[in-house]
Design a binder for this molecule. Sequence first.
Ligand code: TXE
Length: 490
Amino acid sequence: MNDQINPHIAPNMVFKNLIGGKEVPASDGMLLDVVSPVDGTLFAKIAAGTAQDVDAAVKAARSAFEGPWGKLTATERGRLLMKLATIVEAHADELATLESRDNGKPLRQSRADAVALARYFEFYGSAADKLHGDVIPYLNTHFIGVERVPHGVTGHIVPWNYPMQIFGRSVGAALAAGNATVVKPAEDASLTILRVSQLASEAGFPDGALNIVTGLGRTAGAALAAHPGIDFLSFTGSPETGTAVQIAAAKNHVGVTLELGGKSAQVVFDDADLERALPTLVNAIIQNGGQTCSAGSRLLIQRGIFDDVVSAIAERFRALRAGHPEREPDLGPMINQAQQRRVLGYLERARNEGLRIVGEGVVAIDAPAEGFYVPPAFLAPVPHESILSQEEVFGPVLVATPFEDEADAIRLANGTPYGLAAGVWTRDAMRSTRVGRAMRVGQVFVNCYGAGGGIELPFGGFGRSGHGREKGFEGLVEFTTTKTLVIAHG
Ligand code: TXE
């Protein structure tokens, strides 16, 4: 990508942390290179945040929580978020070009992420003063009020796959609920979050309500997870890092929401409307290059239609093109070289196990040679026990497995350690309800997948996919706790 793509980033621009309303370098002045996955060029630098920076950010957040931010009414907080929503929407093109360069997403996906971010702020902004507690019937001599209160200072560790959306769902909800926040974006995709934090300052958020410390996970991320001044943590990322974050949180006796990815199944029964299903089945794995926690990465197809569906999907895969985000490809590059190697490594292993790629897309001939592209691959049939059916690849790799009947479909769909999302394709309403209810996942889509953007819908998993819920009104509640007032009056 040439430097003209985004007038808002000068070549080698240096981005700073935001702590207590001020843009500051890392305490020791160290920087991290920002490499574009589009063409492998180093085009910016971010602060390599330290434990000291995290400490300063947590203290700034505490002052805001106990000071100007904490004094605002829910309506005032909501208005600030709604104002930020309008500003973000107005900057959607700028944010989209910045994201595509930093993360490699096709421009249309980056733009959709920016619009979704604005919607998160709108949704949570408008909900801020609708979140209320309860009055509990008790003794006639007492009045019991249960108030919904913010946790205090919340820490947010954000991954690189959907930086804007995940920031929106987690930080938007936390702010609406009245928490002051400290955010550690992923080292591979921090820039849009930093830009949005500047926009938040323009919108008039009090200093310290939103703090951003960029840097490596093992330093800045670990320091945030372990900081005793944090009252609640929200983490989205890998199960391994999620475990480390939860252990750190446990040592401080604070709660944590973990969203750790999945191996989500799409179950296609022999009465499914295939015309409707096919494009969605492909998009569910190709969107964002398969680097989506809820990607539909396993296709379970009823035996009688297995061969026909496999050949229709394979044909669609052969038409897919990975390429430069500005040229409206089906998918962009992987986020970094490690992720590219990880995906190619899974495919190599599959070949060695004798698994067959039945449909393979291409990397566009004009895709920059130094970018981290991989061709999308569709493998069938793939045994349920194989690594490709069990592990999250986080790339454009789809596997298909046949099933015999409803019970078999449910067994296979629930047969991984994950439990994030599932799709059910059938014209039989009773069957879709039975199967949907039997799935051990946080979201089930019937005759659709990932529909509606999901901002309003609770989201989160079972098992290795994590626990706690974000998005929707439930996500707002997650960033609060209760305080019960027992008043004797007689
Ligand atoms: O994740 P990490 P990575 C999955 C996906 C992917 C794999 C590895 O399968 O291939 O994880 O990706 C911060 N203490 N998902 O290595 O390490 C890190 O800086 C505190 C699924 O990027 O979990 C980043 O901000 N924080 C997923 C965030 O954690 C630490 C999205 C995520 O990074 C830390 C991303 C530490 N010790 C990857 N180490 C999803 N659920 O959508 C790292 N971090």
